[in-house]
Design a protein around this ligand. Sequence first.
Ligand code: SF4
Length: 92
Amino acid sequence: MSEGDFPCDQCGACCRNVSLAKETSYLDRGDGVCRNYNEKTKLCLIYENRPSICRVDAQYELKYHTEYSWNEFVDVNLVMCEELKNLTKKST
Ligand code: SF4
């Protein structure tokens, strides 16, 4: 990885849909939203210590760096971001 950080716009869509992936479902507070998500600030309460599954850069290093370039991995994740944003819009 060398091209900088993942361009997260802090929309919260991933944190509001943790029940959709088996890797994050343990974070579900019961309604699909992460138990560490602050609805008012739209920020993670444990951001500095958030699990590696919540970090695109960590996932890239751990699992995907042989499969994708960093820029490709960013693009794949941005597609998922859009899908989650659309899903969140429909449910609110
Ligand atoms: S731990 Fe933090 S970053 Fe991860 S889903 Fe929950 S609120 Fe979002």
